[in-house]
Design a protein around this ligand. Sequence first.
Ligand code: ATP
Ligand code: MG
Length: 416
Amino acid sequence: MTASRGVVVIHYAELGTKGKNRSFFVGVLRRNLRRALVGLEVASIQSRHARIFLEFAAPLDDDLQRELRSRLGAVMGIATFSFATRIPGRPLDRLEREACELVERALGEQAREPGAGGGSVIRTFAVDTRRGDKSFPIPSPEINRRLGAAIQGRTGLGVDIRNPDLNVGVEVLPDSILLYGNREEGQRGLPVGASARVVSLLSSGIDSPVASYRILARGCRVIYVHFHSMPYTQRASVDLTLDLVHQLAPYQPKSELYLVPLAEIQRKIAVEAQSSIRVVLYRRWMVRLAEKVAAKVGARALVTGDSIGQVASQTVENLSVIEEAATIPILRPLVATGKEEIIRMARKIGTYDISTQPYEDCCAFLMPQNPETHVRPDDVRRAEEALGPMEDLVWDALARAERHVIPCVASGAIRK
Ligand code: ATP
Ligand code: MG
């Protein structure tokens, strides 16, 4: 490791509490980091002392920092990450000097651009030293005191250990000391791949992208399925769904989207079943088709964006009738979340503007005027019996499904 190489210190989120499984979680996170950093010159990824250290071949210039903010900012399982300065040979006088300069730089930036970064005004600071190398002769509290006194003397800032405006991090490693200031916020949650695979039913609406994001944050690898009604509808909803998957792509190493034609199944239902229960029947067939995709990709559950009471098909009664078509669990991360909160999350993850673009959801003859809010299981059973065998339509829909694979880093972003 040389002085000019850039280092990023990653603190991970909940993994620290996972006992014996921790090395598994850290392994998954490291694998995801390699995928997220593709095209950047990463010299090494090391995990030690509940941290991950990323070392780059070059210093962390502004361009690289910007790129890292965007890429690391999307990796699930990271609590915070910091751009660090490496002090080789571990001389304390240089550490003291560089720590003071770091705080002065932060104060200078604040003076130039008050309120930049949304952080609070810097009035207090704390020094937080981790002595990863226990053979280093000076204990951490002593390093904290020495640096604290030096910084206070130079800047006049107060010390606040519990809730500092600026946290100065120090990591004592066997051959060098790392020093860093601001901690950039990560996604937190669990690294994708630490939990089971799931299939998410992704419409081009507001809710299902948010539901998918919430499940990604629990460490599930998400495979997307979208049902379209072409040729009765235009390609717009399919294109919006692809845009949504691109927007969600940075959160996992690789995204897959299956576009499944539902039109023939919908047409049969529209012709044969009473209109008030149609939407529930459509959803039941979506569930059955999604389960087939789940079996193919090794997924253990389905995910939907349902929220109780939002529309007629999402009453508890109707959700339970839809669920009876499933043989694997249906996860509904937004079931008790109100629309305002869902919209707030959609804006935060950048899907809201895509989801609200106008498109023709479904043609009029497929969509009923007055959907029933309390569909009776008996009515559904009778209607499905009347449909007769559906296997051919199901297999035909699956055979005509289109698969798209989207990498987590857009190829345009890759630099050598
Ligand atoms: P969304 O905003 O996610 O579309 P919504 O409030 O419009 O939800 P519905 O249209 O009733 O609700 O859909 C409920 C859920 O069913 C969606 O969140 C999604 O998971 C799934 N779903 C609905 N339509 C489709 C579709 N065309 N393809 C895949 N999944 C769908
Ligand atoms: Mg919808």
